[in-house]
Every structure is written in C-alpha cells, then in structure tokens.
Write a protein that binds this ligand. Structure first.
Ligand code: FES
Length: 168
C-alpha cells in the first residue's frame, strides 16, 4: 500500500538531486568563467638573438622597441620608448663617436635619439636633453639564456646606466 508513496518520494528526491546538481554545475561554470584561459600579457623576458647577431655598433629591434649596443664583448640595451607619451624614438648617428662618463663608467656614444611626436631629444646614453620628455630612456637588463645561448632582455627590469652585459 505504501509503494506509490515511496515511489513518489523517490522521484521527488531524484528531482531534487537533479536540481541541486544543475545549480552546482551552474555555480562551477560561473566561477570558472572568472578565470581566463589565456594570458594576453606580453612576456617581459624576450630572446633577441645569438650574440653573433649583434655586431659592434647599434642594432634596432622594432618588435621590442629597443636599441642594443655592442662594443667588443659588452652589450647594453636602451629603450626606444619615449618617456613623454610613448612614441618610438629614432636613432641618429653622430658625425663622430664620443666617449662620455655615464654613471662612473665610460660609454662610447655613436648615436642620439629624437622623438618624432613632440620633438624630445635624448643623448646617446638616453639622457633627456630637450623637449617634453620628463626622464631618460630606460636601460634594460640583458643576460644569456642557459638553454640556447641567446641574448635575453628583461623589459620589466630597468637597470642603472652603468650596467653592461659582458659576453664570456
Ligand atoms: S611622445 Fe615623444 S616627445 Fe611626446
């Protein structure tokens, strides 16, 4: 006699269970949607080539907006991002190289930098010399990748202007 009631209870519990499961699944899906599948942040460390890809002198890397200078076994990297509003500065070769004491170390300067947007000018060590640029161009840390020997720049790690990366 009690069978129909028991069956009803079973269906009621099944329905309730299904409802709770559906709500749980919905809650998990909602929470999961808050976590992105992919990070669109650009990596701050970038492999920029083998040391031999950098002959003595200056090389401009448009993707990284970076000038890499090599003198013998030492390298340093200067940002091409204008400190005013972020335009890419242009390098202009000096008529004759100069050596300047920069943060206590001699630096051979072969270029100066000009911003095409609002006319800021920078010396070859990145010092802002005229125009609206409020501060010098950044210098970035260089190292060698231990896995394949490429030069690595860390675009999130600004360094002082006495930084030199020396190749072994
Ligand atoms: S962005 Fe370079 S001077 Fe304004």
């Amino acid at each position: 006699m009690s069978e129909p009631k028991s069956r009803r209870e079973v269906f009621l519990k099944l329905g309730l269970g299904a409802g709770v499961a559906a709500l749980g699944a919905q809650a998990v899906a909602s929470l999961r949607s808050l976590v992105p599948n992919v990070s669109y942040d650009s990596p701050t460390t970038v492999k920029i080539g083998m040391p031999n890809d950098f002959p003595d002198g200056m090389k401009f890397l448009p993707d990284e907006r970076l000038f890499v200078f090599r003198e013998g076994k030492t390298l340093h990297a200067v940002s091409a991002v204008c400190t005013h509003l972020g335009c890419t500065v242009r390098a202009e070769a000096l008529s004759a190289p100069e050596t300047k004491d920069v943060s206590g170390k001699p630096l051979r300067l072969t270029h100066r930098f000009l911003c095409p947007c609002h006319g800021s000018k920078y010396a070859g060590d990145g010092t802002n010399v005229s125009g609206p640029a409020p501060k010098p161009l950044a210098w970035y840390h260089l190292s060698l990748s231990p896995d394949d020997g490429q030069v690595v720049v860390d675009l999130a790690r600004a360094v002082e202007r006495d930084f030199r990366f020396t190749l072994a």
